[in-house]
Design a protein. Structure first.
Length: 223
C-alpha cells in the first residue's frame, strides 16, 4: 500500500525524532508521495526507488516505513468514486519478508512496481517497505513467474476525516472480500472512523494479500 493523505503534507514518526513535515524541495525519490503534486509522484522514472514513509536507519539513512491498519467494509461506499485495477503476484516469501510485483492501473496507463516488505516489528503494525518502479513489460514478465500466487482487485480511494482510505474490492478467487486500509504516521495515531467501517483485521494473517494468494477468500469455511 502506498501512503497517501488528504492533508497537504504528511508528518512521520521515527524513534528519537519529532514529527516533521518533509521538505518538498528534496530529491523526488525521497519526498513522500503526499508531499508532491496531487498526492502522487508525477513523472516517475523506471528504476527510481520510492519510500512509502520516512524512517531513520542505524546508519542515519532514510528507510521506507509502512504503518497500516485494515478493516472489513460494510455497505458499498466504493461505488461513490472511480477505481483502478491492481494485479499483484508474489515472487518470494521467507521469515516474514515478502517480494511482490504489481501492475497498477488500467491500460494504457499501467505502472509496474517491485516491492520488498519486511515482517511487522515486534508484533506491531510497523514494517519496512521499499518499492522500485519497473517498466510494464518487465512487471508482466515477473507476474508470469508467480504462477497461481496472484491477487486481482479494484482499488477505490475515499477521503474521510483528514485521511485517505483505500478500499480494495477483490476479484477472482477472492471475490466477495472488501477491505479498507489506512496508513498512519504512528501506530497510536487517532483517526475518524467512517460509518461504513467494519471489524478490524489488521492482525489477522488471513487478510494479508500474500495469504490470500495461497488461501483465497472463496475457499474459507467461514468469513
Amino acid at each position: 500500500m502506498s501512503r497517501r493523505s488528504a492533508r497537504g503534507s504528511r508528518r512521520v514518526t521515527h524513534p528519537g525524532n519529532p514529527r516533521r513535515v518533509p521538505d518538498p524541495h528534496a530529491p523526488p525519490s525521497l519526498v513522500p508521495p503526499s508531499a508532491r503534486e496531487g498526492g502522487r509522484a508525477p513523472g516517475r522514472v523506471a528504476g527510481r526507488w520510492r519510500r512509502t514513509g520516512y524512517g531513520v536507519g542505524s546508519d542515519g539513512g532514510a528507510v521506507g516505513i509502512e504503518i497500516e491498519r485494515k478493516f472489513r467494509v460494510e455497505g458499498t461506499p466504493w461505488r461513490e468514486v472511480p477505481g483502478r485495477t491492481l494485479v499483484q503476484g508474489y515472487l518470494a516469501e521467507r521469515d516474514g519478508v515478502v517480494v511482490r510485483v504489481r501492475l497498477d492501473g488500467d491500460s494504457p496507463a499501467r505502472v509496474g512496481w517491485l516491492t520488498v516488505k519486511g515482517p511487522p516489528a515486534a508484533g506491531g503494525l510497523q514494517r519496512v517497505e521499499v518499492e522500485v518502479e519497473v517498466p510494464e513489460a518487465e512487471a508482466e514478465a515477473l507476474l508470469a513467474l508467480c504462477g497461481p500466487r496472484v491477487v486481482a482487485k479494484r482499488r477505490h480511494e475515499l477521503a474521510h476525516g483528514g485521511h485517505v482510505w483505500e478500499i480494495d474490492v477483490f476479484e477472482g478467487a477472492n471475490a466477495g472480500l472488501v477491505v479498507a486500509e489506512i496508513e498512519l504516521d504512528a501506530e497510536d495515531e487517532a483517526f475518524v472512523a467512517p460509518p461504513w467501517l467494519g471489524a478490524e483485521v489488521s492482525l489477522d494473517p488471513r487478510y494479508t494479500n500474500v495469504r490470500l494468494a495461497d488461501h483465497p477468500y472463496t475457499a474459507w469455511e467461514t468469513a
